[in-house]
Design a protein around this ligand. Structure first.
Ligand code: 6PG
Length: 481
């Protein structure tokens, strides 16, 4: 009996995806560089389905039906290239190599090109949902050729999460690196989602004086509003947790230095390349960087830098209206970060020749992934039909919710600034919103200055087709450049 799919790399994500395939009736060949993991998986879970344990790449490849499908689940970067190098000589034309790790999309584009030259399909697949999702149904974002999706797609759809309406949270995203690109932006949005939750948490504590357990109640209540989402739900659980060693709230014994593995940073690097203003994601990445870099500098800053805050502003705000203000500020900032992330996808689609469908992407983020949320149903609906908004914020339902949130949002940002509490995404998202709707931006002065010191020229609003320059060091007359 031949296996439907092989999995190489049996750390927890690989092992869980292998088990997920087996639970859906597929025969799964298993391989790991060191055999121990294969043996352990067989011992602990071998009875859950049909597995074929193998010891070498040759054995793995021989155990597969054709066209062969091999899922690589190793650490992103050089290890992926090394596995591809071992695999390719053993495979035949039409076989499919799948990379389910968090690979950098430019690597995926290169690998796809290299494999295509050998007649092989290479499919970069974004997988979200952590360990639990991998086992019970992740959100899956496959790139690669449309042809490879015909053979691979149904299997991936089987093991994926399903939205409430039963739709699989898996659909073909676009050619070459499109799947990994969309997963990368998903992670960027995940960073922003977590940062806005963090900002709300900090304001609830420092301004409203709510202890973590009281905040857990607040987040639970919020989870029954339009904020309903996995991350809000688990925020309540993390805030309710009590440290067994000290009896303190768990959150108070955790070091305030956030880690990151790279996908958020890649999103921002790529956004800079594309000229896409994903300010909420960028602020979230920088907030993590600031928290974790230079502990010595942070310590000295606490000692030497003045706050410039009068005493009266230190009072706790007992007004329940403030809690509601924070909720609305969180929601509006979240909408901006989604609008920015989706706009970045549109720009990338143009740059890389992908026909990205935002309704489909929102659809498969509805369940299984870390950013799963009620909101994604609304976002999906906004992009369905033929009147897709140019910017998510222009969808009529979001115009209404932002209009409702704006007074709260402005009050919260003002209060944070007044009290010296950093709320970088709340405030930069508001700045983006205000910039977008402003008839004139300060960019005209930037152009004037650039023309002055570097003769970089400028456009006129009343004569837009030509470029102009002022003879700044001469008689200051304007010339067409
Ligand atoms: C997911 C997660 C997953 C992983 C991130 C965490 O969608 O399942 O995003 O991919 O948890 O890599 O990223 P950081 O370590 O950068 O926070």
């Amino acid at each position: 009996k031949k296996a439907h799919i092989g999995v190489t790399g049996l750390a927890v994500m690989g092992a869980n995806l292998a088990r997920n395939f087996a639970h859906h009736g597929y025969t799964v060949a298993l391989h790991n560089r060191s055999e121990g993991k294969t043996t352990a998986l067989m011992e602990e879970h071998g009875s859950e389905g049909d597995f074929i344990p193998t010891e070498t790449m040759e054995e793995l490849v021989d155990s597969l039906e054709k066209p062969r499908r091999v899922l690589i689940m190793v650490k992103a970067g050089a290890p992926v290239d090394s596995v591809i190098e071992q695999l390719t000589p053993l495979l035949d034309e039409g076989d499919i190599i799948i990379d389910g790790g968090n690979s950098y999309f430019q690597d995926t584009r290169r690998r796809e090109r290299e494999c295509a030259e050998k007649g092989l399909h290479f499919v970069g697949v974004g997988v979200s949902g952590g360990e639990e999702g991998a086992l019970n149904g992740p959100s899956i974002m496959p790139g690669g050729s449309e042809e490879s999706y015909k053979s691979l797609g149904p299997m991936l759809e089987d093991i994926s999460a399903k939205a409430d309406d039963g739709t699989p949270c898996c659909a073909w995203i676009g050619t070459d690196g499109a799947g990994h690109f969309v997963k990368m932006v998903h992670n960027g949005i995940e960073y922003a989602d977590m940062q806005v939750i963090g900002e709300a948490h900090e304001l609830l504590r420092s301004v409203a004086g709510l202890e973590p357990a009281e905040q857990a109640d607040v987040f639970e209540e919020w989870n029954a509003t339009e904020l309903s989402s996995y991350l809000i739900e688990i925020t309540a659980q993390v805030l309710r947790q009590v440290d067994s060693r000290t009896g303190k709230p768990f959150i108070d014994v955790v070091a305030d230095a956030a880690g990151q593995k790279g996908t958020g940073r890649w999103t921002v690097q790529e956004a800079l390349e594309l000229g896409s203003p994903v300010t909420a994601i960028a602020e979230s990445v920088f907030a993590r960087a600031l928290s974790s870099s230079e502990p010595v500098m942070r310590k000295e800053a606490q000692e030497v830098l003045p706050a410039g805050i009068g005493d009266t502003t230190e009072d706790v705000v007992k007004d329940p209206g403030f809690v509601e203000d924070v909720r609305k500020a969180l929601y509006a900032s979240k909408l901006v970060s989604y609008a920015q992330g989706l706009d970045m996808l549109t720009m990338a689609g143009r740059e890389y020749g992908w026909q990205l469908d935002l309704a489909t992407i929102a659809s498969l983020w509805r369940n299984g992934c870390i950013i799963r949320a009620e909101l994604l149903n609304v976002i999906m609906a906004a992009y369905q039909g033929d009147k897709a908004p140019l910017n998510l914020l222009f969808a009529p339902e979001f115009i209404t919710s932002i209009e409702d949130a704006l007074p709260s949002w402005r009050r919260v940002v003002a209060r944070a600034v007044e009290r010296g509490i950093p709320a970088p995404v709340f405030s930069s998202a508001l700045a983006y919103y205000d910039a977008l709707r402003r008839p004139r931006l300060n960019a005209a002065l930037t152009q004037g200055l650039r023309d002055y010191f570097g003769a970089h020229t400028y456009k006129r609003i009343d004569d837009p087709d030509s470029s102009f320059h002022v003879l700044w060091s001469g008689d200051r007359s304007e010339v067409v450049s």
